[in-house]
Write a protein that binds this ligand. Structure first.
Ligand code: ZN
Length: 139
């Protein structure tokens, strides 16, 4: 099979200001249907106030992460951006968490640890429509 690259979009809806949504199965199914056996998968969020991380989907840990995001990037504060908008904390949190992750593909599967799930992080919800771009490259 020749090298290919294909980008597909996952859409999701969020219901909290800060919320974590597990998108592992959706990403894995796109990798599977791509037919790529050896390559890379780029998971990217085209938003300024959302992020993607790889970590354990354990309910207590997800609560801990949300709490720490709120502690480190509090909504209340004297932010310059809030002169024109009301979500500076979300932009700052997204800048620090990052908007993409690269995951190797080998043997047709994502190479990820047992405790590494692909987690979308909403930082300025709730939102009716959020998008995640999944690019699968390889052969
Ligand atoms: Zn803003």
């Amino acid at each position: 099979m020749p090298a290919t690259s294909k980008t597909q979009l996952i859409e999701l809806k969020t219901s909290e200001k800060v919320e974590i949504v597990d998108i592992t199965e959706k990403v894995e199914s796109l990798v599977k249907s791509s037919g790529v056996r050896e390559g890379i998968c780029v998971v990217s969020v085209p938003h300024a106030t959302a992020s993607v991380i790889l970590n354990e989907n354990e309910p207590g840990l997800l609560e801990d992460i949300v709490r720490e995001i709120n502690r480190l990037f509090p909504q209340e504060g004297t932010y310059m951006h809030n002169r024109i908008d009301d979500n500076a904390s979300a932009h700052i949190a997204a800048s620090f968490l990052g908007n993409s992750r690269i995951i190797p593909i080998s043997g047709g599967r994502l190479i990820r640890g047992t405790w590494q799930s692909v987690l979308f992080v909403e930082l300025d919800g709730p939102r009716e429509r959020r998008t995640v771009a999944v690019t699968v490259m390889g052969e």
